[in-house]
Design a protein around this ligand. Structure first.
Ligand code: GLO
Ligand code: MG
Length: 344
């Protein structure tokens, strides 16, 4: 039995469209997804603001809250919680050149307006975590904006959110690139730096996604460990990634099992989840996957996580200690390989 609670986003079950071609699977209605998520053993859903209130720009601020309550009723029906709400600052025309650091001040105001709405929606859903995946906040053309100015704009926007609601927690989901060329918060270290520069660092933490760390050329477990050491790992997006290329969101552990194991081991060792944090997945099905298999990548990721959790729990720390004392890292490494291969 896993000691963790798991979460997933509705976007993790998608129709397979990519930048080069149309959908390959049928769209699945939201409620059906929630039902299947709960059957698969998830206990919370991750949301974008407009997953909760589609076409939110056409509603008044009060009606947005009303719409959110309808989704809360669906969640309650399946005994599911909401883990976080993330303002989707990358689809609207007004976020073409970024959200909080768009070159147009009206667009920046819109980004903050939407973030306030995410905070309202989260409140209605009974959660206080707001995730900022800063999709377009950075540059496509390096000379188009100053990184100094852009960083200050981000701190400013977060300060406004902290002021808007005294309970909201802000989780920065770092990513070095895509869809922008150079982003402002490329690693969790950047996120921690931003946190320290805000008016209330105790309410600004981080979310580490495995693939994003790999895209930055870093080890996901080390990124997570850095945030954990500072008491600021408030969310994870587990998945996998084959080296530095487009963001793949592969099933957890399918590319690099040892790297995946070390993430699980770190989370187990440090009692991640003891403050109510979830093991979040952010995985995509392959484009070739058929509609009837729309949830297989989620099941696979969960099964791989749980198998690695079992291995992490029986990791032989005495042997590890002996190897470290003797500086025999060759034996330690081989022990890990045997553990993963099922030989010990
Ligand atoms: C994309 C991100 C994305 C976010 C999601 C929630 O690279 O990983 O999936 O996690 O929008 O913030
Ligand atoms: Mg993510």
């Amino acid at each position: 039995m896993s000691k963790f609670k798991f979460s997933v986003g509705p976007w993790n079950v998608h129709s397979g469209a990519d930048s080069y071609g149309p959908a390959t699977r049928e769209e699945i209605p939201f409620e059906e997804k929630v039902k299947r998520f709960s059957e698969l053993g998830f206990s919370a859903v991750q949301f974008h603001d407009d997953d909760v209130v589609p076409n939110m720009d056409s509603f008044s601020e009060e009606d947005i809250k009303k719409e959110a309550r309808k989704v809360k009723a669906v969640l309650d029906n399946y005994n599911m919680a909401a883990e976080f709400v993330a303002p989707r600052l990358w689809m609207d025309r007004r976020t073409t050149d970024g959200g909080y650091m768009s070159s147009d001040h009206k667009d920046r105001e819109y980004a903050v307006w939407r973030s306030y709405r995410s905070i309202d929606i989260a409140h209605e859903l009974g959660c206080n975590k707001i995730v900022l995946w800063l999709a377009r906040d950075g540059t496509l053309c390096a000379e188009s904006k100053s990184p100094v100015w852009a960083t200050k704009m981000l701190v400013d926007a977060i300060n406004q959110m902290l002021r808007y609601n005294s309970k909201a927690l802000i989780l920065i989901e770092s990513k070095p690139n895509e869809p922008v060329d150079r982003s402002i918060c490329g690693t969790i270290g950047h996120a921690m730096g931003i946190s320290a520069a805000t008016t209330d660092p105790s309410r600004v933490g981080g979310l580490v996604e495995s693939a994003h760390a790999i895209l930055a050329g870093l080890d996901p477990a080390h990124e997570m460990g850095f945030a954990l050491a500072l008491g600021k790992l408030w969310g994870v997006h587990l998945n996998d990634q084959n080296s530095i290329k487009f963001d793949q969101d592969k099933s957890f552990g399918v590319e690099n099992l040892r790297q995946a194991f070390n993430q699980v081991k770190l989370l187990v060792e440090n009692n991640y989840g003891s403050n109510g944090e979830y093991i979040g997945l952010d995985v995509k099905a392959m484009r070739t996957t058929k509609t009837e298999d729309s949830y297989k990548h989620l099941e696979n990721s969960l099964n791989i996580f749980k198998a690695l959790e079992e291995k992490a729990r029986r990791f032989d720390y005495d042997f590890q200690k002996k190897c470290v004392e003797n500086r025999d890292f060759e034996s330690l490494e081989m022990y890990v390989m045997k553990l993963l291969m099922g030989i010990v």
